[in-house]
Design a protein around this ligand. Structure first.
Ligand code: SAH
Ligand code: MG
Length: 953
């Protein structure tokens, strides 16, 4: 049994990974050798004589100067390495030194850290803080040499860490850190002078000139005349966010310049936020510390959570930084880094500002990761790794947690064994969770050998936990679903959490009851108290959104996702139809460009375009309007659609010139105009496989199989259960048959719409051509679930149900069987479904080349279904048992056949088929006649030859 904890630095127990500990101790004397291990004992396709290549497994040998250790066997190289390191740590009895001082020791450490920082040597070191020390020496007048306490508190991680031990609240309060630093400094008067009224510290004894000269001169030559662009975020929501140019004078101190812009004239009155956005960025919010007022508070050590500063709360800046910011603020990307002694600086544009805003919400972060802010949408499901585009859910979740100042999310994977007494390799319902207790699991994880990992009947589930920085559990998601592949389990669980956070953050108006209900649906449990505490500042998200909307007062602000449109969007589509149209599960590749257009005049501003944008059809991976349009297009066609505006921050985040766009938005009423071309469609793996490996393709062979039976029985009526886009009904028209009436049933309206379109065209052209080979007089498409009975479809000559049952939950598939044979009572029923045993052949030969995803190759392939939407796939014996029992229950006979491969060669047909025949014709009509359930299905489309309209069945 294996449990893998996915967290970059499992913050709670040990802050370092085993490998990091080994590295700390042995450096590059530690040598890791990873080898592949092939396991030959596995792979359960009983009686199968085909040699299969199993998934790769890895074992790691760690060579250290003192010992050699060998890891357990894992599916991932990195897990093997960590396991080896962990074993070495155990053997050597080393644990990294934990810093766990008493309060008194911590005070001592704080004092000696200050002494270290103010020592001569520190001035020329490569430390983000030393730049400030050097810059302080370039300050003029009585500020010369004065280093703001804020930078000491912020830029030295050691100081922050020590302060946490003195008072845990220091973790989230930089003001508290500052006050602790000042207090420690007050006891070191022989080393530092504190200027309390200035909130700065100065070295008591001047630096020797030979140290000052080289280090302070250096930078001035590089940064001469530098101007940087920053964004000003006014406290008042009535004022627009705008860009400002700051001149960081060559010889000065940039914090003085920022202070002056904020109206506090010097550096020590500037408060600096933690970094915003990417961990590596220097993007921070600068605001002013109101002098005396603040200082009075600081002198009392017990800093309250919300120190009331002068000025009013700056909601936008607070939301940005996740801290309370008062008064006007400046967003700038500037600072000293570990990399160089020079000052790092970058311009910050309005676009950057809006992109960060958008990035705080999962949907927005996904859009940005795809560089398709005005087209992409966080998909509703993680179907397959190969169809996912943009950042993976797990990575998005990490980003969102970082942006909202939470701990790294903890994802734990649990391996689940199938109960071996059941030979139902496909059924999720038969999965049994083998372990309950978490603690046990992690131990078992290391103790278990490879034996457990390679069985063919295993699945994973994944649990996600979000913690605050203080390690309070705020949210837990424990999905019910199990997955064949670990990645799928991990990503799907992460996506659930993202979807919920998205609703919470994007629509803060959502009533709590509804949020709770959605959470329950997503298997999410909230620790509401802690959750709301963590997201307190997100109240301002909403206000913030409104503020932006206010800036665009004149426009018709509406969030398109709120409006459920009933009527489909009809669009003009240009270009010849190639006949290839998208269905669910297809990967569509489009080229688009979006502009802002105003109705009144011909103003048009280009916002975003993409040469090639791919998305999975039917997974809500693009804006709904775009999906509707693309669904109506064929490869090679283009169209032009206008849609309502999306929220302004999205438009501004996409726009090249945010200021110009903002003024356009606020002066006119605008719409978005999309120009979109469907470049390519990639069929789902199952279809690609069926086409690549079989000639004619399996789908065609299934149609021909049905046609043979129609002819054999001179059938005049046919119903296709789960007709999808009508591939069977469509193809039947190509053959001369006795069919007069054809009917299709499906639950997918989108597919039915496509079926209608193509049947309509084909039937009419047959009619026009006076083609006498077709006897078809009527065709109907119904929207409904085939587990329900509709008396209009009673007693047909032939019923087909091709490749449908595996898309239903197993119990529904069984229910369908009973409903058809007991109520619909067709003379013949043909049911096809994949033969699970055949998958090894498909996978062995082409799966890897068709699906070039390294992640998937490593996973247990023998378990893989052909299509992510399959709920199960049956072996021959499972299928036979189901069909035989079903036939016996309802007085039908059954025969078995198939297409692709042959019955006599292992492992049988690729697609297995059962043909049921009603045994005697005097079946109980009365009983059936009594079953007047009314009409359960809804007619979606109907076609009749006008003159020969049949009155009644
Ligand atoms: N028979 C078609 C489509 C197979 S795909 C072909 O061979 O090409 C499976 C289809 O089953 C999908 O169109 C899906 O919408 C449909 N389906 C799944 N569950 C259904 C249900 N309960 N009732 C009706 N159709 C269903
Ligand atoms: Mg299928």
């Amino acid at each position: 049994m294996e449990t893998v904890k996915y967290t970059s630095n499992s913050a709670k127990k040990s802050p370092m990974t085993p490998k990091a500990i080994i590295h700390q101790r042995f450096g590059d004397k530690a040598i890791y050798k990873v080898e592949e291990v092939q396991d030959l004992t596995q792979h359960g396709c009983p009686g199968l004589a085909v040699l299969q290549k199993g998934p790769c497994l890895y074992r790691c040998t760690l060579l250290l100067p003192e010992i050699i250790v060998v890891s357990d066997i894992f599916k991932r190289k990195k897990d093997a390495e960590q396991s080896a390191a962990e074993k070495a740590i155990e053997k050597l009895g080393i644990r990294q030194k934990e810093y766990n001082p008493t309060i008194l020791e911590a005070w001592d450490d704080l004092a000696s850290r200050l002494v270290f920082l103010f020592a001569n040597e520190f001035l020329s070191s490569l430390h983000p803080l030393s730049g400030h020390f050097r810059a302080a020496l370039r300050r003029e007048g009585h500020f010369n040499g004065c280093v703001p306490v804020s930078v000491i508190a912020l830029y030295d991680a050691k100081i922050g860490n020590i302060c946490k031990h003195i008072n845990p609240a220091a973790e989230s309060s930089s003001l508290l850190v500052m006050s602790l630093v000042l207090k420690a400094a007050a006891k070191q008067t022989d080393v530092v002078l504190s200027f309390e009224e200035q909130l700065s510290l100065k070295k008591r004894n001047p630096y020797p000139p030979e140290i000052i000269q080289p280090s302070t001169d250096h930078e001035s030559s590089l940064c001469y005349g530098g101007t940087i662009e920053v964004v000003r975020i006014p406290a008042s929501l009535d004022k627009d966010v705008e860009t400002v140019k700051l001149n960081i004078a060559a010889t000065g101190y940039y914090l003085d310049v920022i202070g002056q812009e904020l109206g506090v004239n010097e550096a020590s009155n500037v408060l600096i936020s933690r970094t915003i956005g990417k961990a590596s960025s220097e993007l921070r919010i600068y605001s002013c510390a109101a002098k005396r007022h603040l200082w009075d508070q600081l002198s009392e050590l017990d800093v309250k959570q919300h120190i009331h500063l002068e000025g009013s709360l700056n909601e936008r800046a607070s939301y940005f930084s996740g801290q309370f910011v008062y008064g006007d603020a400046i967003l700038a990307s500037v600072g000293y880094t570990w990399k160089s002694t020079d000052l790092f600086h970058e311009s910050v544009s309005l676009r950057t500002y809006y992109r960060i805003l958008v990035n705080k919400i999962p949907n927005g972060a996904y859009k940005i990761s795809r560089e398709a802010i005005l087209a992409a949408k966080l998909p509703v499901a993680f179907t397959t790794r190969s169809n996912w585009r943009g950042s993976l859910p797990r990575d998005l979740l990490c980003t969102i947690c970082r942006f909202h100042n939470l701990s790294e999310p903890v994802l734990s994977v649990q391996l689940i064994s199938l109960d071996s007494s059941q030979d139902l390799p496909g059924s999720h319902k038969k999965l049994k969770v083998m372990e309950a207790d978490r603690e046990e699991k992690s131990e078992a994880g290391l103790a278990a050998g490879c034996g457990n990992l390679v069985g063919s009947t295993e699945a994973s589930s994944c649990e996600v936990k979000l913690y605050s920085k203080n390690q309070e559990l705020i949210l837990q998601c424990s999905p019910q679903e199990a997955y064949r592949r670990q990645t799928d389990a991990i990503q799907s669980a992460a996506l659930k959490v993202l979807s919920w956070l998205d609703i919470f953050l994007e629509k803060p108006d959502t009533p709590l009851e509804k949020l709770k209900a959605v959470a329950e649906k997503l298997d999410i449990h909230l620790s509401l108290h802690y959750f709301l505490k963590e997201f307190a500042s997100c109240h301002s998200v909403h206000k913030c959104g409104i503020a932006i909307a206010q800036a665009c007062k004149s426009l018709n602000y509406s969030c398109s996702s709120d409006v459920v449109k009933d009527e489909p969007l009809f669009v003009a589509i240009g270009g010849q139809s190639s006949g290839t149209t998208p269905s669910n599960g297809y990967l569509a590749s489009v080229c688009y460009s979006v502009s802002l257009v105003s109705d009144e005049d011909c103003m048009k501003e280009h916002l975003e375009s993409c040469e090639e944008f791919e998305f999975e059809v039917g997974n809500e991976a693009v804006l709904p309007d775009l999906e509707t349009v693309v669904a109506q297009m064929a490869v090679g066609q283009s169209s032009n659609v206008q849609t309502e505006l999306v929220p302004c921050e999205l438009i501004l985040a996409a726009a090249g010139d945010a200021a110009a766009t903002l003024s356009l938005l606020s002066s006119r009423s605008c719409k978005l105009e999309y120009n979109i071309t469907l470049l390519r469609l990639t069929e789902p793996l199952e279809d690609r496989m069926e086409q690549a490996l079989f000639s004619p393709p399996l789908s065609k062979q299934r149609v021909e199989f049905a046609v043979r039976h129609i002819k054999e029985f001179s059938a005049s009526s046919l119903v296709d259960f789960g007709c999808g886009s009508g591939s069977l009904l469509d193809s039947l028209l190509l053959y001369p048959t006795s069919l007069e009436k054809i009917v299709g049933v499906d639950i997918s309206q989108r597919s039915l719409a496509r079926a209608a379109k193509s049947l309509h065209t084909k039937l009419n052209s047959l009619l026009d051509a006076k083609d006498t080979s077709s006897a078809i007089k009527s065709a109907v498409l119904y929207d409904g679930s085939i587990t329900k009975y509709d008396s209009r479809l009673h007693g047909f000559d032939i019923a087909t149900c091709l490749e449908v049952i595996e898309h239903m939950e197993e119990k529904d598939a069984r229910l369908f069987g009973d409903v058809v044979l007991s109520s619909f009572c067709p003379k013949i029923l043909i049911v096809s479904t994949p033969n699970y045993e055949y998958n090894v052949i498909l996978q062995g030969s082409t799966l890897q080349s068709l699906e070039d995803d390294p992640d998937e190759k490593n996973q247990a392939q023998s378990c893989k279904f052909r299509n992510h939407d399959h709920k199960f796939e049956w072996t021959r014996s499972q299928f036979n048992r189901w069909a035989s029992d079903l036939a016996a229950r309802h007085n039908y006979s059954v025969a078995f056949s198939g297409v692709g491969g042959s019955a006599d060669t292992e492992p049988g047909f690729a697609s297995q088929i059962a043909i049921f025949r009603r045994c005697n014709d005097d079946y109980d009509r009365d009983r059936v006649a009594k079953m007047e359930f009314g009409h359960q299905y809804v007619v979606l489309w109907e076609w009749n030859t006008e003159d020969l309209l049949p009155k009644k069945e």
